[in-house]
Design a protein around this ligand. Structure first.
Ligand code: HEC
Ligand code: HEC
Length: 316
């Protein structure tokens, strides 16, 4: 009992002391101990650099994600406070999930946004920028240019190229399966058919390929280095490790590798023949891809990798 009383007293004294010291401290001292003040322009740059590969301006037919101004509008619905706005956006971006969505139609149309592993601090800055940027601002129409991207680390660049390509591919594939069925969608799993010209690949002068140890199209056969990395990723899956991209930098050249995992949707074309791949699909695949090795996969297996290569621009 006595001990509790003493503890209580110490606590009260401490509270008073802290209270006083805060009152007497000058404003300047206070601001140095807190997070640096929010800078809208800096946060807007973070937004265009990190989000506009997918959410940036694009012709309606070429969109791979809803324009950010639309996202903003949906999240503003219902007289939401600034804090709640930031909270809702941050919660979704940290780990996108159907249950958290305020735009289920967008998931239908574009596929769920991939998780990107941004820091909490960066996400809340960006969320605030989305909130604070007015509806009619020209920022919404800004292209993520090479200049702004200099703030991005090579790892971020590689990841973003892989993810935006994947998003584009996923959107095309889902759309095709819905409108044409599995059979008609067969040619939509081809990355070379993607219009990568107006995306980040041009900005970074990058070569993006998708290769496999068991390719369907023999042109997608992984080379020795790539095979080695595929093995590493397979081990990561087997041991339940967190999947991290592999990056190698030498003489201004960057080599970036990121795993491609299967999900349930893939199995109608890459799963067990007859059971999951329908006979009609098998017949089509046989005629288009003699020597197809990409069958018999289950869920959450390494189907291949993104292999991305570019040269770092030297900063001026
Ligand atoms: C690789 C492409 C890609 C990148 C990069 C990307 N997004 Fe998305 N995002 C999508 C797609 C696709 C959707 C639509 C499907 C969905 O809602 O999940 C989306 C939807 C959203 C939504 C609405 C979610 C909902 O359904 O309610 C928010 C909020 C969002 N993105 C925020 C961001 C922010 C902030 C960034 C940058 C830090 C970002 N996104 C970067 C692809 C991307
Ligand atoms: C509608 C059928 C279909 C679906 C669904 C499908 N694919 Fe494919 N996939 C193909 C075809 C056809 C190719 C060969 C494309 C080419 O010629 O480059 C291919 C090629 C690939 C390749 C390149 C290596 C190779 O085997 O040539 C990868 C990696 C891949 N698919 C992964 C996936 C993943 C992951 C999914 C699910 C998210 C998926 N695919 C869903 C039909 C499909």
């Amino acid at each position: 009992m006595r001990q509790v009383n003493i503890m209580m007293r110490i606590f009260v004294l401490l509270a008073i002391a802290i209270g006083f010291s805060q009152c007497s401290s000058t404003k300047k001292e206070k601001s140095t101990s807190e997070a640096p003040a929010f800078n809208l322009e800096e946060a807007q740059n973070l937004m265009t650099t990190n989000c506009f590969a997918c959410h940036g301006p694009a012709e309606p037919g070429k969109r791979i994600a809803p324009p950010m101004a639309n996202v903003r509008m949906h999240y503003l619905e219902g007289d939401i406070s600034r804090e709640d706005f930031v909270k809702h956006v941050s919660t979704f971006v940290t780990q996108p999930a159907v249950e958290k969505s305020k735009m289920p139609g967008a998931i239908e149309k574009f596929n769920l946004m991939p998780a990107m592993g941004f820091s909490e601090e960066m996400i809340s800055k960006i969320a605030l920028a989305i909130y604070e940027t007015p509806e009619d601002s020209p920022i919404w129409n800004r292209f993520p240019s090479a200049h702004e991207d200099q703030d991005q680390t090579p790892l971020e660049k590689g990841r973003q190229m892989a993810l935006s390509t994947k998003t584009q591919l996923g959107k095309n594939l889902m759309g095709a399966i819905k409108s044409k069925g599995t059979l008609g969608a067969v040619k939509f799993c081809n990355v070379r058919a993607l219009p990568l010209t107006d995306s980040m690949a041009t900005v970074h002068n990058a070569a993006i390929t998708r290769v496999s140890d068991k390719p369907r199209n023999s042109g997608n056969q992984a080379n020795q280095t790539e095979l080695k990395h595929i093995e590493t990723f397979k081990q990561m899956v087997a041991t339940g490790m967190e999947m991290k991209p592999i990056m190698e930098e030498a003489n201004g050249k960057v080599d970036f590798y990121m795993p491609i995992l299967t999900n349930n949707m893939c199995l109608q074309c890459h799963g067990a023949p007859e059971e999951q791949i329908l006979p009609t699909t098998i017949a089509r695949l046989d005629s288009l891809y003699p020597g197809d090795k990409a069958r018999g996969y289950g869920e959450n297996e390494v189907r291949g990798i993104w292999s991305i290569h570019w040269e770092e621009e030297t900063a001026p």
